[in-house]
Design a protein around this ligand. Structure first.
Ligand SMILES: [Zn+2]
Length: 440
């Protein structure tokens, strides 16, 4: 049977490129197979674009353009988070096609994006299109673990003195029902992403038998610290990106929301409180969030812990900083016997422009493929590889050009991840349009 766009995406989903946590001496058989499959499935692209392999298994393609304007860069990653068959209607690496739905890990995150970009480029190369500026494709192999592939590609381009005029990566999507009072679908385009850091709380004490515990054991002191932190959430703030998002939604909203948005000068405090309460998602939009993800104590059920630790995953609001976050945690815990260590801090990303050619190209491509969809900037809550590119580009946009239901978005990193064929085909057209508009 002749290959089709859908059969190619299915083939890519079937290769279990699960992200590798420790790459030293790791088995990269599936990653190698994936790279080989790309060569096989997209021959025109591979005969025209130059390819470099970076950091072992990440790919940097360059499509030479006819002009010297700063290039555009399209990003995606091909590693996926692990999945077992349990609880899936179709296996995570089945790539099953059932009606309008392609099933499998990576269909949304992020092989769907990757394959849509490759389909678009393959089509344009085949049609004889020559871009007016260089186009890079940056394909990461470890976004879900360390992101070192994309980081090294960013450094490489920086080292070569390249500024990028437009970066596109995974992120927002076309969503519905996130804001009550807004009925139309919204294309949310990430113009920044939150910072993140891990903070480890540690309490140490002399061990001993659990039959003669002191009044305050290490574990109790730790629990008290966690409780104090939990009782003191970070303050809500309505930053400029969220205000921009509300202004974009305003004309399309109804009732109280419309009034609130069109009178933000008056209602800002109210809207901040409202977003802080509406859902976990809108709550995370207006503040730094904290999640205690790991707790550890004694190895033994009848020995006191000599060392008790809690790991807190923090996502830092745009406008705040790692230092401010650490200070808040110290103030909330107010206990000098609780050690506080900041691990792997990353500041929030700079905010990309919502005016100018690059922004216009993205929003016009949404309008061309999805007429009637509202375009709104937002702060991406999760982290993406694109944050490594903010040093060489002022226009970094995080957007996956697909319609996703709330339920589907819940399958990211979870069970039953799946993509609708119709919207995936529209996504290919989005990338064709974006390239034509910005490099045509
Ligand atoms: Zn991803």
């Amino acid at each position: 049977m002749a290959a089709t766009p859908v059969s190619r995406l299915q083939a890519l989903v079937r290769i279990p490129t699960i992200t590798i946590e420790n790459e030293t001496d790791a088995d990269f058989r599936h990653h190698d197979a994936f790279i080989a499959a790309l060569e096989h499935l997209y021959p025109a692209l591979h005969s025209t674009l130059e390819r470099e392999i970076v950091a072992g298994h990440s790919l940097l393609y360059r499509w030479p353009g006819s002009g010297a304007a700063d290039p555009m860069l399209l990003m995606a990653h091909y590693d996926v988070v692990a999945a077992t068959d349990e609880g899936w209607e179709h296996g995570p690496f089945s790539g099953d096609l059932d009606g309008d739905v392609i099933w499998g890990r990576g269909t949304l995150d992020d092989k769907g994006d990757l394959a849509a970009v490759f389909e678009a480029v393959e089509n344009l190369v085949t049609a004889g299109f020559i871009p007016t500026r260089d186009i890079y494709l940056c394909i990461g192999h470890n976004e879900e673990s360390y992101g070192t592939g994309a980081r090294q590609i960013a450094r490489l381009l920086e080292h070569r003195g390249i500024r990028v005029a437009l970066v596109s990566d995974e992120g927002g999507a076309i969503v519905e029902g996130v804001f009550p009072g807004v009925a139309d679908p919204i294309a949310v385009i990430g113009v920044s992403e939150k910072g993140l850091t891990t903070i480890v709380l540690t309490v140490e004490q002399h061990g001993g038998h659990a039959s003669m515990p002191p009044r305050m054991t290490a574990t109790v002191r730790l629990a008290r610290a966690v409780q104090r932190l939990n009782e003191k959430p970070f303050p809500a703030r309505l930053g400029p990106v969220t205000v921009g998002m509300l202004k974009a939604l305003g004309p399309h909203s109804t009732g109280a929301l419309r009034f609130a948005i069109s009178n933000l000068w008056l209602t800002k405090g109210l809207v901040r409180v409202l977003l802080g309460r509406l859902s976990d998602e809108t709550r995370a939009m207006v503040r730094t969030t904290q999640a205690v993800t790991q707790l550890s104590g004694s190895q033994s059920h009848n020995a006191l812990a000599e060392r008790a630790t809690a790991t807190i995953n923090l996502r830092i609001a745009v406008g705040s900083s790692v230092a401010e976050t650490e200070a808040h945690v110290r103030r909330a815990i107010r206990d000098p016997l609780v050690g506080i260590a900041v691990v792997d801090p990353a500041e929030p990303s700079p905010v990309s422009a919502t005016t100018g050619d690059a922004w216009e190209a993205v929003s016009a491509s949404v309008a061309a493929v999805y007429p009637g969809v509202i375009v709104a900037p937002y702060v991406m809550l999760a982290a993406s590889d694109s944050r490594h590119f903010t040093g060489i580009s002022d226009n970094v946009y995080r957007f996956s050009p697909f319609r996703m239901t709330t339920e589907q978005r819940g399958t990211l990193h979870a069970k039953n991840e799946r993509m609708n064929v119709s919207t995936w085909l529209d996504g290919i057209r989005f990338y064709e349009h974006l390239i034509g508009r910005f490099a045509g």
